[in-house]
Design a binder for this molecule. Structure first.
Ligand SMILES: Nc1nc2c(c(=O)[nH]1)N[C@H]1C(S)=C(S)[C@@H](COP(=O)(O)OP(=O)(O)OC[C@H]3O[C@@H](n4cnc5c(=O)[nH]c(N)nc54)[C@H](O)[C@@H]3O)O[C@H]1N2
Ligand SMILES: Nc1nc2c(c(=O)[nH]1)N[C@H]1C(S)=C(S)[C@@H](COP(=O)(O)OP(=O)(O)OC[C@H]3O[C@@H](n4cnc5c(=O)[nH]c(N)nc54)[C@H](O)[C@@H]3O)O[C@H]1N2
Ligand code: SF4
Ligand SMILES: [Mo]
Length: 731
């Protein structure tokens, strides 16, 4: 049924060393995991990649390498995707960096140096630049794959050790529109405000802009609702799954979800499907939202979205007659310059049908990166302090300053968003140095050619990574760090559940943990060592204290409760039960009510027609992860998807003189990308698709623009760019 959850024998791995702690021999047990065999050093942990955070056991195999075995767990139920199965490969990748690298001169290569030399160099340069140009001359960039402890310490490092306001992270490119819309509607943003397994009880699930059959294959086991509606311009594996099981595929033109959701609201009301009691009792603002929907009768909606009016009526009816229904959004809805309003439009529909905060029904955003949820809560975002506190809230500042032992006056304010930060690097008013952990913006940020140019214009770029990513290759200093299976920490999954990551093997000699690196730089910048602990449990203790009483309260997420396998969905106050389901009694706004947003449709695609008659949308393939820095180095995955592709309808390909397997040049007003044509008869004729997992000339982000951003979330338009296609001569 779920084709992408592959059953496999032992995964590959690396020479395993004795597991330091938390092993079966240590007697601890993973939540829901099977009992451990006595004497076998098996470590219960979670996959390093996506937000599903599938549980796995790592075990030293007979050949001395770590073997990955799936574990039973409420999200993955014993399944893993191909990336999970092969995740141990990267631990021993031949090009792993194991010594700090220092650039030998402008345009030169790198030479290996010892840690003191590297960290002294970094701190010395940072201090000099700061003296000359002020604190904001140093920028910090983080990632949603970092553990909670790393994200927390990175935010503290920026605000205290550097005193800079300029910190943001790659989560800005991910779920920031859903976070903004969720906060606006519910007063609080937790991707799924209910456990994933709740979906199993639904009779209707509408998935807008998500392709979990490729992006979270084991999640498909939860999408068993008899009526699954997949809203995606492409006929994806998820859409096919729905069609095979009696569900529906709705294929709007990219960027028109907002109109589609307005049309569904209009139609559902006409059909008498709205939950008027719920609207009256639990919400405010319906009239304003309805005013925007009045003109979106089905035929008009069809003209803008391309979705047939009869299908709009049928879907509205299915949702309206369901006794238990969910509306879920993914990046396809959210990654537009209208992403926040598009997500709000889906939330408006869910509210009008009375779904959020009702047992067995709801709205949720499917968070993406491994710690995409926790990574957005603890202070690596420009406007945020730990616990989802706002940096412009005087009470929040006072509380966090107190926890950090500093005066609240010394904490900087909010800085620019990721795209604006990157675009300003090395310019007159931008930062001249950047310290980066856990992202590869040279591939993943919009208008990546420009980003590479900006990174190269810096006086100092410091990158912590375990491989020489495209971004690290541009750095002045590369600091080699430990990987997931070599370290302890906590992650927060897509359902807001805090999980333990555990070390299963020792790191190679020469690498340090991200926490140790932060401490090393902070000390050299004059910070007292105790402010930057490098032991993850000590950082967790500090994070728990700093978040006590905050919206994302982790104060009860103790190592003991985590190890006991308690299901710690936040808020989890100290000594109190966790919160698997939010909003059952009230929403998080002061009046306890959810808010409709009066959102108006705008076309997010600039410059279509004329020279750029097609729309390019971008996204993911099952076998690669994000910028591909990790998965392109795993042989099995690289061989399966070795090169960039552009998926095109056969008629569109023929019109542009292209056939299956030919190389195409895709051109947008921003730049060009080269990719091999894959014909897709199920595709829309006006839309092509490119994965963004490849760098250089094949980078999909050579096409995407960074000038226009969502006014609220500052999300760029990854999912809709006007393009044209041309054949590339064979030579
Ligand atoms: N294999 C794999 N899995 C991953 C990742 C990965 O890189 N590779 N990354 C992880 C991360 S960080 C994330 S954020 C998630 C993302 O998970 P998803 O959101 O499922 O992934 P995407 O492929 O980015 O986008 C989903 C779909 O949106 C569709 N789409 C494009 N434009 C529109 C539109 O205007 N409206 C609608 N309704 N749909 C549209 C695309 O055709 C695509 O199929 O995946 C996570 N899992
Ligand atoms: N066109 C287009 N662009 C997109 C998207 C899209 O759909 N279309 N999606 C966007 C989304 S949703 C996302 S989340 C971003 C992600 O985009 P990126 O930020 O590029 O994500 P990764 O490829 O995961 O990069 C993580 C880097 O950090 C390293 N790393 C991993 N873990 C750690 C760690 O613990 N510590 C340190 N120091 N390094 C680590 C990895 O080796 C890798 O080099 O891309 C965005 N860009
Ligand atoms: S679905 Fe996500 S968490 Fe699960 S094995 Fe695949 S990449 Fe890992
Ligand atoms: Mo993401």
């Amino acid at each position: 049924m779920v084709r992408n959850v592959v059953a496999r024998g032992a995964g590959g791995g690396v020479p395993a060393r004795p597991a330091p702690r938390d092993t079966a021999a240590g007697g601890r047990r993973a939540a829901g995991g099977p009992p451990r065999e006595a004497g076998v050093a098996m470590t219960a942990t979670h996959c390093p990649y996506c937000a599903l955070q599938c549980a796995m056991h790592l075990e030293p195999g007979a050949d001395g390498k770590l073997t990955v075995r799936p574990a039973d767990f409420p999200t993955n139920r014993g399944g893993l995707c191909r990336k999970g199965w092969t995740s141990a490969e990267l631990l021993s990748t031949p090009d792993r960096i194991t010594a700090p690298l220092l650039r030998t001169g402008r345009g030169g290569g790198f030479r290996e140096v010892d840690w003191d030399t590297a960290l002294d160099h970094v701190a010395g340069r940072l201090l000099r630049l700061r003296e000359r140009h002020g604190n904001d001359t140093v920028a910090v960039f983080g990632g949603g794959g970092l553990t909670n402890e790393k994200a927390y310490l990175l935010g503290k490092f920026a605000r205290l050790a550097l005193g800079t306001s300029r910190i943001d992270y790659n989560g800005r490119f991910c779920m920031s529109s859903a976070a903004a819309a969720g906060t606006r509607a519910f007063g609080l943003d937790r991707g799924l405000p209910f456990p994933l397994s709740d979906l199993g009880g639904a009779d209707t699930v509408l998935l807008a802009g998500a392709n979990p059959a490729e992006t979270m294959p084991p999640m498909m086991g939860h999408l068993t609702a008899p009526r699954l509606v997949v809203v995606d311009p492409r006929r994806t594996a998820t859409a096919e799954h729905a069609l095979e099981h009696g569900g529906t595929h709705v294929a709007p033109r990219p960027g028109t979800d907002l109109a589609l959701a307005l049309g569904l609201l209009h139609t559902a009301r006409g059909q008498g499907m709205l939950d008027t009691d719920y609207i009256a009792d639990r919400t405010t603002g319906f009239d304003g939202a309805w005013e925007q929907a009045t003109v979106w009768w089905p035929e008009r909606t069809e003209r803008v979205t391309g979705v047939p009016a009869r299908q709009i009526r049928a879907v509205a009816h299915q949702l309206g007659t369901a006794s238990r229904a969910y509306v879920l959004t993914g990046r396809g809805t959210e990654q537009h310059v209208t992403g926040t309003d598009s997500t709000s439009a889906w939330i408006n529909l869910a509210l009008a049908l009375g779904l959020p905060g009702r047992p067995g029904s709801g709205y949720g955003c499917i968070t993406g990166q491994g710690n995409g949820q926790g990574g957005r809560e603890h202070g690596q975002k420009a406007d945020q302090l730990p616990g989802y506190r706002r940096i412009d809230d005087p009470d929040a500042r006072a509380r966090v300053a107190d926890a950090w032992g500093v005066d609240a006056q010394t904490l900087p304010g909010a800085g620019p968003s990721a795209t604006e930060l990157l675009n300003s690097l090395g310019t007159e008013h931008g930062s001249r140095a950047m310290v980066l952990f856990g992202a590869n913006p040279a591939v993943s940020a919009p208008d990546s050619a420009r980003v590479r140019e900006r990174l190269a214009a810096l006086d100092l770029l410091v990158v912590a990574d375990f491989v020489l990513s495209e971004t690290a290759a541009l750095a002045d200093v590369v600091l080699p760090v430990t990987q997931w299976a070599e370290e302890d920490g906590t992650m927060t999954s897509l359902e807001g559940r805090v999980l333990r990551r555990r070390a299963a093997t020792l790191p190679p000699a020469g690498v340090r943990s991200d926490l140790e690196v932060l401490r090393g730089i902070a000390e050299r910048l004059g910070q007292p060592a105790h402010r930057f602990p490098s032991d993850p449990d000590t950082v967790l203790a500090e994070l728990r204290d700093a978040t006590a009483g905050a919206p994302a309260d982790y104060s009860g997420a103790t190592p003991e409760r985590l190890s006991d396998g308690e299901e710690l969905h936040w808020p989890v106050p100290s000594g109190a039960p966790p919160t698997p389901r939010l909003f059952l009694d009230r929403f998080a706004h002061p009046d306890g009510r959810a808010r409709f947003s009066p959102v108006e449709y705008r076309d997010p695609v600039a410059e279509t027609g004329g020279d750029y008659p097609l729309i390019a949308t971008t996204g993911r393939l099952m076998g690669h992860y994000q910028s591909g820095a990790q998965t392109r180095r795993v042989a099995e995955l690289a061989e399966a998807e070795p090169e960039a592709r552009v998926e095109v309808h056969p008629d569109t390909a023929a019109r542009n003189g292209l056939g299956e397997g030919q190389w195409a040049r895709v051109t947008s007003p921003v730049g060009t990308a080269l990719a091999r044509v894959r014909l897709r008869p199920g595709a829309r004729r006006d839309t092509v698709f490119l994965p963004f997992h490849y760098g250089g000339e094949a980078a999909a982000n050579n096409l995407t623009g960074s000038a226009a951003l969502d006014p609220t979330s500052r999300m760029p338009g990854f999912k809709a760019t006007a393009v044209r296609l041309d054949p590339v001569p064979d030579d």
